[in-house]
Design a protein around this ligand. Structure first.
Ligand SMILES: *[C@@H]1O[C@H](CO)[C@@H](O)[C@H](O)[C@H]1NC(C)=O
Ligand SMILES: *[C@@H]1O[C@H](CO)[C@@H](O)[C@H](O)[C@H]1NC(C)=O
Ligand SMILES: *[C@@H]1O[C@H](CO)[C@@H](O)[C@H](O)[C@H]1NC(C)=O
Length: 318
């Protein structure tokens, strides 16, 4: 058996002794402008959370200008001109689902200039797959009624809880991710940054949300548009990203007492805007919003002129 030369030994030794190489992800998908129309499907379905919404198909969205694409913009909005009947399904809006599914060892970066605002609005950028909740759900950007802070939440089948102490900058609200407990509130983490949601997010030009999924954790970050420390790969939408350099996420969901691989399958990205319903409707009276949720949404179309997403791009890495 030939003996190893000393140079091979040196090379072997130094490769073992060097620090663990950082994990770099390469871009697999990029959605800009009209690529949202080819990469996502319009789902004209009833809202399972009982929203005051009528999700329209692609043709109706285009004819009513509820979605609009330019070279570097994709807008998704609700109707803001029609007074609605109390007996109808609700305000015309859009729900998009990515054609591709993305599983473990995936990073997604969402560069968002504007998000839907207004009383009764319940916008969300999230991922999941059927059957729910077996395949799990990851809510990245979600809130209701112009609440102060964004909230990131997991929803799972039984047997997935989060430790009380973990390495994140946000504040955990709930710890059991099981949809069957706590009225399906999931395990949520609130980012303590007023620029993360609603009118302040919009006035500041939005920012970047990012999520990393591996078999052992899910991490979610946010950088406001004017943040001085946005990682260059995030800011520029680079062909590859290095999450190890992104710092402490606002939400960290480790596998301490939740098998991430058992509770999360390959997911579609969903972008939707609903009104009232199980969450926005039930807490409406605690907000400073007028009237009742459904009455307000039905009768005040002009209040929803700012109920739109403006995406600069979405990029996926694997
Ligand atoms: C829209 O998003 C919310 C928030 O995640 C979700 O609860 C609701 O079911 C969604 N509606 C539809 C039709 O997907
Ligand atoms: C459609 O929406 C876009 C984006 O909001 C806007 O710039 C454009 O003027 C609208 N077009 C019409 C015909 O209203
Ligand atoms: C928390 O996360 C940061 C960024 O990933 C890392 O540098 C730091 O060592 C972690 N701290 C602990 C206590 O794990």
């Amino acid at each position: 058996m030939p003996s190893l030369t000393s140079s091979v030994l040196v090379a072997l030794f130094s490769s073992l002794a060097s620090p663990v190489a950082s994990v770099s992800y390469s871009q697999t998908d990029s959605f800009v402008g009209s690529q949202f129309n080819s990469g996502f499907t319009y789902e004209a379905i009833a809202d399972p959370t009982n929203g005051c919404v009528n999700y329209v198909n692609a043709a109706t969205a285009a004819s009513q200008n509820l979605t609009y694409a330019s070279d570097d913009t994709f807008i998704l909005r609700s109707d803001f001109t029609t007074v609605l009947s109390a007996t109808g399904p609700g305000r015309n809006s859009v729900r998009l689902q990515s054609n591709e599914q993305y599983g473990s060892n995936t990073v997604m970066v969402f560069n968002i200039r504007h998000m839907p605002q207004g009383c009764g609005t319940w916008p969300a950028v999230w991922t999941f797959a059927d059957p729910w909740p077996t395949m799990g759900e990851i809510d990245i950007l979600e809130g209701v009624n112009d609440q102060t802070y964004n909230q990131a939440t997991l929803h799972t089948s039984p047997g997935c809880t989060m430790p009380t102490s973990r390495n994140e900058t946000g504040v955990a609200l709930t710890y059991d991710c099981d949809t069957a407990v706590n009225g399906n509130s999931g395990c949520g983490v609130q980012i303590q940054n007023a620029l993360s949601y609603g009118p302040p997010f919009n006035d500041n030009g939005g920012g970047w949300y990012a999520v990393e999924r591996t078999d052992t954790f899910i991490k979610i970050w946010f950088w406001a548009r004017n943040n001085n420390n946005v990682p260059a790969d995030v800011q520029d939408g680079n062909p590859s990203v290095d999450t190890d350099a992104w710092g402490i996420p606002f939400a960290y969901f480790p596998d301490t007492s939740c098998s991430i691989s058992d509770h999360f399958g390959a997911h579609n990205i969903i972008i939707n805007l609903t009104f009232c319903g199980d969450w926005a409707g039930s807490v409406y009276s605690d907000s400073s919003c007028p009237s009742t949720c459904v009455d307000y949404v039905d009768n005040n179309p002009a209040a929803f002129i700012d109920a739109y997403f403006d995406f600069a791009w979405v990029k996926v890495y694997g």
